[in-house]
Write a protein that binds this ligand. Structure first.
Ligand SMILES: *[C@@H]1O[C@H](CO)[C@@H](O)[C@H](O)[C@H]1NC(C)=O
Length: 179
């Protein structure tokens, strides 16, 4: 009986994808809705020396590069961002993204003033953001993250009632040290 259960568990774990969207190798991003005003062209998280910060060290400042296109013919102001976070977890071989608590820290973020330079109004065409982002204000969330699992951040940007972009970022993380 015990051996049967053990076999079942081992077999079930073996069928679980341990590398969703190749997050063992690199940060993954994609749009979650087609036809929205903002199209993401590229997202990078780099170290100070320009090399890729992967898995992303959430205890260090993140050098982010975001290249996106505002496909609308006008600019946008009053951009509000919201982030949901899920962890990829394996329950007896059934893997799925399961939401984690964000303590209200990732709702109603001021998208225009989140970074060191004001972003708004966001003009039509390509915008390239290069900035250093510090995640300390999300420390309560970082404290519950586990370095072994990939995480998915679903970002939604709105101006008024219009959703400008919904984007999914998936990444593995590291903690500690300066790099
Ligand atoms: C931003 O993305 C656009 C569209 O892919 C590309 O044409 C442009 O070269 C990129 N800009 C930079 C600075 O990477």
């Amino acid at each position: 009986m015990r051996a049967t259960i053990l076999l079942f568990v081992v077999g079930a774990f073996a069928s679980c994808d341990k590398d969703p969207d190749h997050t063992n190798e690199a940060l993954f991003y994609q749009s979650c809705k087609a036809g929205e005003a903002f199209v993401i062209n590229e997202i990078q998280v780099n170290n100070d020396d320009g090399t890729t910060n992967y898995p992303v060290n959430v205890d260090a400042s993140l050098n982010i590069v975001v290249n996106f296109t505002n496909t609308a013919s006008h600019s946008w102001d009053n951009v509000v961002a919201k982030a949901d976070i899920s962890r990829y977890t394996d329950i007896f071989g059934h893997c799925s993204w399961i939401g984690i608590p964000t303590f209200g820290l990732t709702d109603h973020l001021d998208g225009c003033n989140f970074l060191s330079q004001p972003l708004c109004p966001i003009p039509p065409g390509v915008s390239l953001i290069k900035d250093k982002v510090d995640l300390q204000r999300f420390q309560a969330i970082l404290n519950i993250l586990n370095v072994d699992e990939p995480y998915r951040v679903t970002l939604s940007f709105k101006s008024g009632d219009t959703e400008l972009a919904c984007a999914i970022i998936e990444t593995k993380i590291r903690k500690g040290g300066s790099g």
